[in-house]
Structures are given as structure tokens and as C-alpha cells.
Design a protein around this ligand. Structure first.
Ligand SMILES: Nc1ncnc2c1ncn2[C@@H]1O[C@H](COP(=O)(O)OP(=O)(O)OP(=O)(O)O)[C@@H](O)[C@H]1O
Ligand SMILES: [Mg+2]
Length: 217
């Protein structure tokens, strides 16, 4: 059975801005799904609400029929990997290698497979940068490190906020290939204004418009 996001009479506002009003929608996460929308429409806010990093919504927001407000964030993190916007928010350690060690060892154990980390870094051509401080990497390289962590989290649903940010054409193609592969095993939800880039690989396309989320395809 595929993973499922359910919105029931769901509304959310910041003090000075209404973002979502009375949404009634199910978003099955099988295959590749795209949630699009213009700048400021509420895409990143939706990610944060789903991961319980933003509270204060009204109505129901459920992941696999469990209300987000009553699920602990650690158990959500075991099921969903969330690529944040901007890339620097995803970096957990001082170098690409150490960052991926954290992911590969499952946050704390000392057991990890070096070959898995090498393979993940190599996918985004980052092997020669693996011991560089992350603050010396370019924006696209930092995004590459964050994306490499996805390769160590294939058992989870991928929630990707603007995954192509900072990537050149070659890396955008690699990313799309990776997302397609993952969509065959587990659900992916891409959150992006780059409709042009991701529409062709998406099975379902949703759009945030006028404080609502509409199914476009
Ligand atoms: N913590 C906050 N407090 C108040 N308003 C906020 C907060 N975070 C976001 N907003 C506002 O909510 C709206 C939605 O922001 P959000 O970051 O979700 O947009 P987005 O669709 O992800 O945009 P982008 O395409 O630029 O990434 C914006 O108008 C923003 O100014
Ligand atoms: Mg955003």
C-alpha cells in the first residue's frame, strides 16, 4: 500500500497571511508526485507542516492515517527524508564525508559501509571534495551533498523541497534519474516551482493556488 497524506478541513495561517483554507484532499505518494506553485504560495510551509516543524494548523493533517499532531517527530523522520530549502539547512557535519557518515550510521551507531558513502558522493561527482569543509563548497556542490544523503535513505519516502536548486544541467539530469528510480520503489513528493523541469517525470501533479491545492494531472 502506498504512503498517503490526508488533509481534512485543513487550514493554516501565519498571523498576517492566510496560506491554506479548508483543504479536503488525499495525496497518495506512490511513484513520482509534484507539488508546484509560485514563490510564496506555501510550498515550504506545507513541508514544514507535514514534518510537524510548523504547528498551529486547524483541521486534520494525516500521514498514513495518523494525525501529525500526535506523531512524534522521530518516528516521522524514520519514514520520511526531508530535503530542506536552502541546501545549507541539510548539512549535518563539517565535511561531505562526515555528513554522510551521520546518515549511513543511522545517527549515532558506529556501523556504516564506506563503499555506500563513496558511491553516494560519486553519483554527484563529489568524491574529490569529500574531506573539504562544507563552507568551502559551492552552492551546487552543497546541494549535491544533501542529495547524496538520499541515496542512503532509499527505504524512506522522499520529500524534496526545490531539489534542483543550484544544480547544473548534468546534475539536474542525474537527479531526475534518481527520482524516477526511487519512485519505482517508494513514493517521492517533489515540491518545486520548476514545473518545467519535473512535469515530464511526474505521475501526479498538484498545484498550490488561491490558498488551495488542486490536482492538475
Ligand atoms: N515563519 C513565518 N512567519 C510569517 N510568514 C511566513 C513564515 N514563513 C513563511 N511565511 C510566509 O508564508 C508565505 C509562504 O512561504 P513559503 O516559504 O512556504 O513559500 P514557497 O512556496 O516555499 O516559496 P518559494 O518558491 O520562494 O520557496 C510567504 O508569503 C512567506 O512570506
Ligand atoms: Mg520554498
Amino acid at each position: 500500500m502506498s504512503d498517503l497524506i490526508s488533509l481534512r478541513n485543513f487550514s493554516f495561517s501565519f498571523p498576517e497571511k492566510e496560506i491554506f483554507t479548508d483543504l479536503e484532499l488525499e495525496i497518495p505518494l506512490e511513484g513520482v508526485n509534484l507539488l508546484s506553485g509560485i514563490n510564496g504560495s506555501g510550498k515550504s510551509t506545507f513541508c514544514r507542516l507535514l514534518l510537524a516543524l510548523q504547528t498551529g494548523y486547524r483541521g486534520g493533517l494525516l500521514f498514513n492515517n495518523r494525525d501529525i499532531s500526535s506523531v512524534d517527530t522521530q518516528s516521522l523522520a524514520a519514514e520520511i527524508i526531508y530535503l530542506k530549502q536552502p541546501s545549507s539547512l541539510n548539512l549535518l557535519a563539517a565535511t561531505p564525508w562526515l555528513d554522510l557518515v551521520v546518515w549511513a550510521s543511522g545517527f549515532g551507531s558506529n556501523q556504516y559501509n564506506r563503499a555506500d558513502i563513496d558511491e553516494a558522493l560519486d553519483f554527484f561527482d563529489l568524491l574529490s571534495y569529500k574531506d573539504k569543509p562544507v563552507w568551502e563548497l559551492s552552492e551546487g556542490q552543497r546541494q549535491g551533498v544533501a542529495l547524496a544523503a538520499l541515496l542512503l535513505n532509499r527505504q524512506k519516502v522522499w520529500l524534496l523541497d526545490e531539489p534542483a536548486a543550484g544544480l547544473d544541467n548534468i546534475r539536474q539530469k542525474k537527479l531526475k534519474k534518481l527520482i524516477l528510480e526511487q519512485g519505482k520503489q517508494k513514493g517521492v513528493l517533489i515540491i518545486s516551482h520548476r514545473y518545467d523541469l519535473f512535469a515530464d517525470i511526474s505521475d501526479n501533479i498538484y498545484e498550490i493556488k488561491d490558498k488551495s491545492i488542486l490536482l492538475r494531472k
